[in-house]
Design a protein around this ligand. Structure first.
Ligand SMILES: O=C(O)C(=O)C[C@H](O)[C@H](O)COP(=O)(O)O
Length: 210
């Protein structure tokens, strides 16, 4: 049972890094590089074969990290993430089974939604803090402004297609608590072990909200 709340995950910093780990050896240095830049909340996506082991390794070896699992597509993913030591979860979309399983497991979950109907289903299940995915293809800033009308109580973490250049405009919206993005851990820098670049990108991301 985690004592962490979704609000705490969303409020820790302006940007949640969406991380893809191809090789297990990258996990700990990458986590340390992000933390050195001031980013503690780390979302490791379950997109690669080593993702669960990477979560376990970071949970064990980088205690300053608030480690979570992304790309939770179903209840089995959620259970595997919990077992690996994830302290929160993020999903690209929402199913009632996933939302209920996260609630009963006590895992803070940031569920993805894209439409008003999906948002209403998530609200029905008691979730008012949501990932808006894929943010830019689904209407970006204009869509978030439109959703603010009927659903002013919902707090979003838009993710998908956001860049350092557009991040500030998203963060300025009243219904945006934080944003997600993969640009903090560029594949080339990670592959070559250029952790200084990751640290610099992390500190620039933290500085997006003074
Ligand atoms: O894997 C998941 O769980 C996802 O939901 C997808 C990611 O959140 C986006 O792919 C990140 O978007 P970019 O910052 O545009 O790369």
């Amino acid at each position: 049972m985690s004592s962490l709340s979704v609000a705490a995950v969303m409020n820790d910093g302006p940007v949640i890094p969406v991380i893809v780990i191809e090789e297990l050896a990258q996990a700990v240095p990458m986590a340390r590089a992000l933390i050195a830049g001031g980013v503690r909340v780390l979302e490791v996506t379950l997109r690669t074969p080593v993702a669960l082991q990477a979560i376990r390794l970071i949970a064990d070896e980088v205690p300053e990290a608030i480690i979570g699992a992304g790309t939770l597509a179903n209840v089995a993913d959620l259970e595997a993430a919990l077992k690996a030591g994830a302290r929160f979860g993020v999903s690209p979309g929402s199913t009632v089974s996933l939302l209920r399983a996260a609630r009963s497991a006590g895992l803070p979950l940031l569920p993805g939604v894209m439409t008003p109907g999906e948002l209403m289903s998530a609200l029905d299940e008691g979730y008012g803090a949501l990932k808006f995915f894929p943010a830019v293809p689904a209407g970006g800033i204009a869509m978030l402004k439109a959703l603010h009308g009927p659903f002013a109580q919902v707090r979003f973490c838009p993710t998908g297609g956001i860049s350092p250049a557009t991040a500030k405009d998203f963060l300025a919206l009243p219904n945006v608590a934080c944003i997600g993005g993969s640009w903090l851990t560029p594949a080339a820098a990670v592959k070559s072990g250029d952790w200084a670049t990751v640290t610099r990108l992390a500190s620039e991301a933290v500085a997006l909200r003074p």
